[in-house]
Design a protein around this ligand. Structure first.
Ligand code: SDX
Length: 430
């Protein structure tokens, strides 16, 4: 097995080391390429470029494999516990009973928002995008918790991570309540993580929302499935911001902004709107696929395709099964699930999608399950962010603790004008 690559440029040859991980892609180390050759590589969407060594999440896109700290994602479905999965991602091991108890207590102690942050909601328009509120409020945590701007010791890091993971629920629920003109419901320290979030979302004064075990398990599962996904767009954003030694709150706020995009986490909203359009008769499933294949318009089959998975996204398979189970338990039916199944069946038989190896991704069924819990469509990407937060924190910490990590500053190929002179106003053409 060779341990170096040979690059020939003109009449010169250069030896480049090959990097191997414990599984998956191997890499050609070009970290000294410019110094050796005077040239850079060109990979605009970084589809062929590893930007770090990471031990957190492993994906095999060809086989449709996803593992958190080596554990296959399917093994979290039996008794889904999002707080336990968050601990595993951040600290690299499954917690002991005492460790999980301590981490859960930290989340409970930090579930309230500073009242000053709560008052800020009064000045936000009721139709404000929840992702805008989320990114702004995560960043604002720096105003109310300045002691966590420099995380140089493990205790401060754990405390800051607990505050983010706990408060993100309260921030999200308060934005929903604001949008509905409803009174804010404070977190209940006696409730588990997901039950507490749904309590803040749906309880009303003197009538507490009581979550069923099925719905609580379903929400734990949805959050676990979204918890990390190696170097996706929003995680790469968190790493880039964190590489400048920006604080954890600012780095995660930036991750929310990247996740908001319809090609990324915002796709779960686009999927439901696409399914609802078909349900209303605005288009047939066949017309939807035709539109998605038509290159003259930006419409895509949302929830399909993936930069890494060239096979069925294992999360989509789990979410599809979970949706069917939850509806059976609730003895309810959602026509959008039938439409989603029909779209999947047509696409997986269509050469356009088959040839490009486009399969359902995490966003294709997630919205249907969130609808079953009563979560409104405009909150879906916020739920994605709540799930992804532990992954962002784990990735940020891995980079922060890596003594070899440096500020991320890519190069470019310049295609602008050659050197030219400034022209004073009086000599410019009209
Ligand atoms: C997430 O990276 C992650 O891990 C992300 C994520 C995570 O957990 O963090 O998994 C979460 O973001 C999932 C993806 C959600 N986005 C969508 O569902 C939006 C629809 N999907 C596409 O926009 C697209 O598939 C991407 C953005 C997901 C991936 O895009 P790529 O890898 O840049 O692929 P591409 O755009 O180069 O597509 C290759 C070909 C193109 O056609 P040709 O130029 O070969 O003719 O496939 C076509 C694309 O037009 N194509 C699609 C399509 N996805 C790709 N055509 C129609 N519908 C689609 N959904």
């Amino acid at each position: 097995m060779t341990d170096k690559a040979i690059l020939t440029i003109g009449d010169r040859q250069y030896e480049l080391p090959i990097i191997r991980g414990t599984d998956g892609d191997q890499g050609i180390d070009i970290s000294r390429l410019r110094e050796m050759t005077g040239m850079v590589t060109y990979d605009p969407s970084l589809a062929n470029t590893a930007v770090c060594r990471s031990a957190i999440t492993f994906i095999d896109g060809e086989q449709g494999v996803l593992r958190y700290r080596g554990i296959p994602i399917e093994q979290f479905t039996e008794k889904p516990n999002f707080v336990e999965a968050a601990y595993l991602l951040i600290f690299g091991k499954l917690p002991s009973h005492a460790e999980l108890k301590d981490f859960s207590s930290r989340l409970t102690e930090n579930e309230l928002l500073h009242e000053g942050l709560k008052h800020q909601y009064q000045h936000i328009p009721v139709d404000a995008p929840p992702m805008a509120i989320l990114s702004a409020t995560l960043s604002n945590l720096a105003c109310f918790h300045p002691q966590f701007l420099a995380l140089e010791d493990p205790e401060s890091f754990i405390e800051a991570a607990a505050r983010l993971i706990s408060k993100v629920r309260t921030i999200a629920a308060f934005s929903y309540r604001r949008s509905r003109g409803m009174p804010f419901v404070y977190p209940d320290p006696h409730l588990r993580y997901c039950a507490n979030f749904l309590h803040m979302m749906f309880s009303i004064p003197y009538k507490q929302y009581i979550v069923t075990r099925e719905i609580e398990d379903a929400l734990n599962l949805v959050l676990i499935l979204h918890a990390d996904h190696e170097q996706n767009c929003s995680t790469a954003t968190v790493r880039t911001v964190g590489s400048a030694r920006a604080n954890l709150f600012a780095s995660c706020a930036a991750g929310v902004c990247a996740l908001w995009g319809p090609l990324h986490g915002g796709a779960n909203v686009e999927v439901i709107e696409m399914l609802e359009r078909i349900h209303r008769g605005g288009m047939t499933p066949e017309e939807c696929l035709r539109l998605a294949k038509d290159k003259t318009n930006p419409f895509r089959l949302y929830g399909f395709g993936h930069r890494v998975y060239k096979n069925y996204d294992p999360r989509a398979r789990i979410l599809k099964d979970a949706s069917e189970k939850v509806f059976a338990t609730l003895n309810r039916h959602d026509p959008l699930l039938d439409i989603a199944r029909k779209l999947e069946e047509l696409a997986l038989a269509d050469p356009y999608f088959v040839d490009r190896r486009l399969y359902p991704n995490v966003d294709f069924y997630s919205g249907i399950l969130l609808r079953a819990m009563g979560i409104p469509t405009n909150m879906f990407t916020v739920l994605f962010a709540i799930g992804r937060l532990p992954g962002w924190i784990a990735q940020w910490r891995e980079q922060h603790d890596d003594p070899t990590s440096k500020i991320i500053r890519p190069r470019q190929i310049y295609v602008g004008p050659p050197k030219t002179d400034y022209v004073p106003m009086e000599r410019r053409s009209l």
